[in-house]
Design a protein around this ligand. Structure first.
Ligand code: PRP
Ligand code: URA
Length: 209
């Protein structure tokens, strides 16, 4: 069973509350998502393996630690996942970036794929899929299926706000994928929006409505 990590550091809770507020405009929404993504990234990378490295400080020799093992790929689900890339890249500057484009059909709420461009060696990397909203879970589940079809074996999902329905679907469809989220909200409404949520993340991020 995949693990659900609720990353509810006070700084994240404070910034998320500001993002939820209907009065918060695109500029602040973008900046807050950027900041929270970096804070979430800190937890998403917590289990990265370390190896010893011999170094010299100005005073003496010592054995320090460096991150070892597989390289990383960051894969935002378009559009709203783009808002989480910068924070992660700040932590992981040499990570490769792939893009998966999905939108939810307005009537069925099922995801429709329109784009996929991934690093050639993505199957050799630890993949961090990012999308602020895990609602029905359909988009994240389909994106992860696409990555598995490319051979990816180490995948984790980073979101901001999740619904219990989305967490359940992800855990059923992809029991090997850990979920990192800042909050698990109450439920979905009849339009499959998260309640209380923060509205349409893509529209708020890009100011399209
Ligand atoms: C939003 C969000 C997720 C998806 C979550 O994207 O960014 O990708 O909905 O919903 P689900 O868990 O029910 O699949 P949307 O389809 O609105 O596209 P956009 O980011 O381009 O606005
Ligand atoms: N997509 C969003 O952007 N918000 C929701 O609440 C659900 C799906």
């Amino acid at each position: 069973m995949s693990q659900l990590h609720i990353v509810d550091h006070p700084l994240i809770q404070h910034k998320l509350t500001k993002m939820r507020c209907v009065e918060t405009g695109s500029k602040d929404f973008r900046e807050l998502l950027d900041e929270i993504s970096m804070l979430l990234g800190y937890e998403v990378t917590r289990d990265f393996p370390l190896s010893d490295v011999k170094i010299k400080t100005p005073i003496t020799k010592m054995v320090g630690k460096e991150i070892s093992g597989k390289k990383v790929a960051i894969v935002p689900i378009l559009r709203a996942g783009l808002g989480m890339v910068n924070g992660l890249v700040t932590l992981l500057p040499v990570a490769r970036i792939g893009h998966i484009g999905l939108y939810r059909d307005e009537k069925t709420h099922k995801p429709v794929t329109y784009y996929c461009k991934l690093p050639e060696d993505i199957d050799q990397r630890i993949v961090i899929v990012c999308d602020p909203m895990l609602a029905t879970g359909g988009s994240a589940s389909d994106a992860i299926t696409m990555l598995k079809e490319k051979g990816c074996k180490s995948i984790r999902l980073m979101c901001l706000v999740s619904a219990p329905e989305g967490v359940k679907k992800l855990q059923e469809d992809h029991p090997d994928v850990d979920i990192y989220t800042a909050a698990v909200d109450e439920k979905l409404n009849k339009n499959c929006y998260i309640v209380p949520g923060l509205g349409d993340a893509g529209d708020r991020l890009f100011g399209t409505k």
